[in-house]
Design a protein around this ligand. Structure first.
Ligand code: ADP
Ligand code: MG
Length: 447
């Protein structure tokens, strides 16, 4: 029985090492992995032995997530690795040396996504500030702003930026120890440490890092003991001049269920928000993805997607993937018609946010005219311009047909809508102020 467990462990470890070997350079592999042993897997922890404290520390901080990933790929289900120095006579048992006692190293970083790098992050107006702040933190030796607090709606790139910081540090300042984890995982570990009466190792795990990143801290709100612990960990790191990076879906002051002192403390560093995407950014992201995937998609289809799928980048990527998958499976050409067909549900749910009514209301507000005038046949310049703009926006921001749009403006013909769209396009091309106003208006409708 025991033997078969040992056999299995050996086999898993061999597979894992083979995997890791493919990922690393020969010299890195030899230096760090050739003398590691997997001792046991218990609960969600893999216990590994290393030949020296030096190897142990380096592997822990540089490769813990690589090992976690590779072990999971070999069929394990683990969350972390616990590396200790082994007994010289028997590499497969851990030495009872002081080194191990004094430094119960516990690497607890969530695996990083390979695609989430700075290089793959497309910068545009909505995210340029957050990007610059993230880059600055990733590059500086000592904390640039503490904490860096990134916030923004779902699917806008918070996690991507945090992973990018981690990758950058890993590459450029490999001596630095960092932990990246979600707030949920933080809570889970904390609660686990209470249950197993192991609060010390929980504390130590965080005390030893140079950079701590916690994603989605809004989940900590309302959980009082975890909040308390989070606050202590946070203060201790900041006081010791370690960099803390946090993300949330709201700004610190808007976090629900968060204690006032914590809210205010979180806002002391740099608060950088990621705004909802704009058309240019969406198009830029799609174009870069298409380039990477080496698939051929007409630009007008990308423009169509950027125009219609405004919710967030995750959905936009999902839409692109679906079209590509569909085209590959049935061998269809990628056209706007095909895209509207394949993405019908998605287009509809995106449209939900932007109704004709909303467009008309916002346009009236912007041009300071009455809704009845907008839907009338009055030809007064200010009214006619507003009507053209509203029709143009209805065409761009909804999936309504031309006759439908016409009807919503007091029963006008589809040719009136065509004329309006043409007029607005001409004006965008020749009148800068008009173009800027239109952009502002579009943004106010999209948000
Ligand atoms: P959040 O954490 O804010 O919910 P994510 O970071 O998970 O969002 O981003 C969602 C998806 O969108 C990811 O696949 C990410 O790579 C992609 N993404 C977000 N922003 C960008 C960007 N600026 N450039 C390229 N891809 C992006
Ligand atoms: Mg996220």
């Amino acid at each position: 029985m025991l033997d078969s467990v040992a056999e299995e462990i050996k086999q898993i470890w061999n597979e894992t090492l083979a995997d890791i070997r493919r990922e690393l350079s020969e010299s890195d592999y030899d230096a760090w992995f050739s003398k590691l042993h997997l001792i046991e897997i218990k609960d969600d922890i893999a216990k590994i032995s290393a030949p020296s404290k030096y190897v142990k520390d380096n592997v822990t901080w540089r490769y813990a997530d690589v090992i976690v990933n590779a072990l999971n790929a070999s069929g394990c289900q683990i969350n972390c690795v616990n590396i200790d120095v082994y007994d010289n006579n028997n590499p497969e048992t851990v030495a009872k040396s002081d080194e191990n006692k004094s430094h119960k190293t516990f690497a607890e970083t969530t695996p990083l996504d390979k695609k989430f790098t700075f290089k793959n992050f497309i910068v545009g107006k909505p995210n340029e500030f957050a990007y610059a702040a993230a880059m600055r933190v990733a590059e500086s030796d000592s904390p640039a702003f503490n904490p860096l607090f990134l916030y923004g709606g779902v699917g806008l790139g918070k996690t991507h930026l945090m992973h990018a910081i981690a990758w950058h540090i890993k590459e450029k300042q490999p001596h630095k120890r960092f932990i990246y984890l979600s707030a949920e995982k933080f809570m889970y570990l904390f609660i686990k440490s209470l249950r197993y009466k192991d609060a010390m190792s929980f504390k130590e795990m965080f005390r030893n890092v140079d950079v701590l990143m916690i994603d989605d801290v809004q989940f900590i709100g309302g959980k009082d003991t975890t909040q308390e612990e989070f606050f202590h960990t946070f203060n201790e790191l900041v006081n010791n001049n370690r960099q803390v990076i946090l993300s949330a879906d709201k700004s610190p002051s808007d976090l629900d269920g968060m204690e006032e002192r914590l809210k205010s403390r979180l806002g002391w560093g740099l608060v950088a928000d990621i705004h909802p995407t704009n058309y240019e950014l969406r198009l830029g992201i799609l174009q870069s993805k298409v380039r990477k995937h080496k698939v051929k998609i007409p630009n007008e289809v990308l423009e169509f997607l950027s125009m219609k799928i405004t919710s967030n980048i995750r959905e936009l990527e999902g839409a692109l993937n679906r079209i590509v998958a569909h085209a590959t499976l049935v061998g269809a050409n990628i056209t706007i018609d095909m895209a509207s067909d394949v993405l019908r549900d998605l287009l509809r749910s995106n449209e939900k946010y932007i109704t004709m009514d909303l467009i008309q209301r916002k346009v009236c507000e912007f041009y300071n005219i009455k809704l009845t005038d907008l839907n009338s046949t009055k030809r007064q310049k200010s009214i006619a311009t507003a009507r053209h703009v509203a029709m143009y926006l209805a065409k761009q921001l909804t999936t309504k047909s031309l006759p439908d749009i016409g009807r919503s403006f007091g029963g006008k013909d589809h040719s009136t809508v065509i004329h309006a769209v043409k007029k607005v396009k001409e004006n965008i091309a020749k009148d800068r102020e008009f173009a800027t106003n239109l952009e502002i208006l579009t943004k106010s409708i999209e948000n």
